[in-house]
Design a binder for this molecule. Structure first.
Ligand code: SME
Length: 158
């Protein structure tokens, strides 16, 4: 199965998983688990950082090894995706200036910023792979679609 096909299968599954649910932590935990299970050989860390005070990202639900609790605006890949307001794909984390290393196993990373319907920034989805150059535009498109679905369900809960 291609990556694109995998996302085509995953998107309705995630839509079903979060439909009518109002438990924010549960939804974020289940979405990170569903993504982790969909690509177990690639996604070794999948999780959320949520925006606080307009200055900081705070660790939310995730799957994977222990991670840092806070990331300031503009710092690391997550803070940079917030600052630049776009999805960032980092093919080699060792060459990304200011990368925050939570695990030495991380080789490449994708960070998708999350916006509510008022276009206010609310947090990020962060995914790490143990392989170099492991994220493509298919991942970007699939994950941005998932984040759109997710935000429509959780924006009133944030
Ligand atoms: N690498 C991230 C920090 C979070 S961990 O990967 C879980 C960054 O540079 O923002």
């Amino acid at each position: 199965m291609t990556r694109k096909e995998k996302y085509e299968q995953l998107i309705p599954q995630i839509a079903g998983l979060i439909k009518d649910e109002t438990n924010l932590v549960g939804i974020l935990a289940n979405v990170s688990a569903a993504l982790h299970e969909a690509f177990p050989e690639r996604f070794f860390w999948v999780g959320f950082y949520l925006q606080e005070n307009g200055k900081m990202l705070r660790l939310g639900p995730f799957q994977g090894s222990v991670a840092c609790y806070t990331i300031p605006y503009g710092k690391g890949v997550c803070g940079k995706a917030w600052e630049e307001g776009r999805t960032l794909i980092v093919p080699n984390v060792e060459t990304f200036p200011g990368h925050i290393a939570c695990s030495s196993r991380s080789r490449s990373e994708i960070v998708i910023p999350m916006y509510d319907s008022q276009r206010h920034f609310r947090g990020v989805l962060d995914i790490d792979s143990t392989r170099f150059d492991d994220f493509s535009t298919e991942d970007k498109d699939g994950l941005e679609h998932i984040i759109q679905l997710l935000m429509a369900q959780i924006e009133d809960l944030l």
